[in-house]
Ligand binder design. Structure first.
Ligand code: 13P
Length: 413
């Protein structure tokens, strides 16, 4: 940005903001912006920026995180449990399970946003209630997953990584503008796009090409979302598959996040109206596991080097864990350690597997188990809410543990 733009646009707008924009922003969270005045980032109008910022602030409410329920197949296939994987993956079962999740009494106390698959955004429960209405009725904000997954054929000339395929790119940019507008109309106020990177230190993965593709497509997605009134969750996930140590993950994460924020800037993304969903800095699945305190300190050190405090929130994915691990408890303990002292951003959870596994195994496709399954979900959400404040007591949330663990269904989320 030139110094003239800073003087003529940014400084007066910043002053106006301090003098009273805050109040205006809160009341406009739901308004579809139309005014033409440029905002601080020069690309959005003041009204667009204010609405995005207000939505992001609601997503980052104290003690709250996201429920990632946007799995393309039945969530029980991704949960990695031998019995749960047998639940039939039908649209009817997915609707029954997800409407059970969204109507869990009190869930809105711990969950600010729910990420939906396209199917769910337009789906109703057995009684004809729209899923989006169940979510808003329970005090939460609906969001939409917008990437269309990746092609395992990958980028020409890139090496095969520990996932068993070349480095990838996610589909979905072509009709993104249209899909954003449709999702907004249907009630979504934020979005998610996950790109996947792999680590292989001997073959130089993630490669510069894969990092460039990953971060630029995420930035282009983020700007398209903001233009359409959706707060983008930016998710450049580096998967834990492989035998690398935690320092290799720290180095890769730092490199990717530096590239990510440069790309966001290049694409005129308004950081105050966006949030990050990164991997935690961890050892590879085939390397010795580090304690939560080590995971937390290396993750925070990496994030502090790369993520501007203008971005209001960081919401971790839980990721794949070892077969002898209790993935739900591990994710809560890591988050808890991350919040042992104050951070420059809201540091929270956007877990899929790590919120739902015990819930799914309790439910097992039977309506008769609904109340107990809802209790399990609520308990894990409460545990993670406590972890956002560094107040979780290890072992205080019941879970199914590692018994029955099998390889989860991998690939595109
Ligand atoms: P996990 O199931 O690993 O928590 O991931 C959530 C998610 O939304 C990934 O995109």
């Amino acid at each position: 940005m030139s110094s003239a733009v800073w003087r003529q646009v940014v400084v007066p707008l910043a002053a106006a903001y301090v003098l009273g924009q805050q109040k205006k922003e809160e009341t406009k969270a739901e308004a579809k912006p139309t005014a033409k005045k440029p905002s601080m980032n020069g690309a959005l109008t003041v009204e667009q920026a204010a609405a995005l910022k207000a939505t992001a602030a609601a997503m980052c409410a104290s003690g709250k995180g996201f429920l990632a329920s946007d799995e393309s197949a039945g969530p029980w296939l991704r949960a990695g449990h031998v019995e749960a994987a047998k639940i039939p993956d039908t649209a009817e079962n997915r609707a029954a399970y997800r409407s059970m999740l969204y109507t869990t009494p009190g869930l809105g106390e711990y969950i600010s946003g729910v990420i939906l698959h396209w199917e769910t955004l337009f789906q109703s429960d057995a009684a004809g209630n729209k899923m989006v209405d169940l979510i808003t009725g329970n005090g939460m904000i609906p969001g939409i997953k917008l990437d269309k997954g990746y092609d395992k054929n990958g980028l020409l000339g890139t090496k095969v990584g520990p996932l068993g395929h070349a480095e990838t790119w996610c589909k979905g940019l072509d009709d993104l503008d249209k899909r954003c507008a449709e999702a907004y109309k249907q009630g979504a106020r934020f979005a998610k796009w996950r790109n996947v990177l792999q680590i292989d230190t001997t073959h130089g993965l993630p490669s510069d090409l894969a990092i460039m593709e990953c971060t630029h497509s995420l930035a282009r997605y983020a700007s398209t979302c903001q233009k359409n009134g959706l707060v983008p969750i930016v998710e450049p996930e580096i998967v834990p598959n492989g035998a690398h140590d935690i320092y290799a993950c720290a180095a890769a994460t730092e490199k990717v996040l530096l590239a990510q924020f440069e790309a966001l800037k290049l694409h005129n993304v308004y950081l105050e109206g966006a949030v990050l969903k990164p991997n935690m800095v961890k050892n590879g699945l085939k390397a010795p596991t580090e304690e939560p305190a080590v995971v937390a300190s290396l993750t925070l050190a990496t994030l502090k080097r790369t993520v501007p405090s203008a971005m209001p929130g960081i919401f971790f994915l839980s990721g794949e864990t070892k077969l002898d691990e209790d993935n739900e408890e591990t994710a809560t303990l890591n988050l808890n350690a991350m919040n042992a002292s104050p951070n420059p951003w809201h540091v929270s959870f956007s877990y899929g597997k790590a919120l739902q596994k015990t819930c799914i195994v309790t439910w097992m496709g039977k309506d008769a188990n609904k109340i107990k399954a809802q209790d399990a979900l609520l308990a894990r959400c409460k545990a993670n809410s406590e972890a956002t404040k560094g107040k979780y007591k290890p072992g205080s949330c019941p879970s199914i543990g590692s018994k029955g663990n099998i390889e989860m269904q991998g690939g595109a989320y």
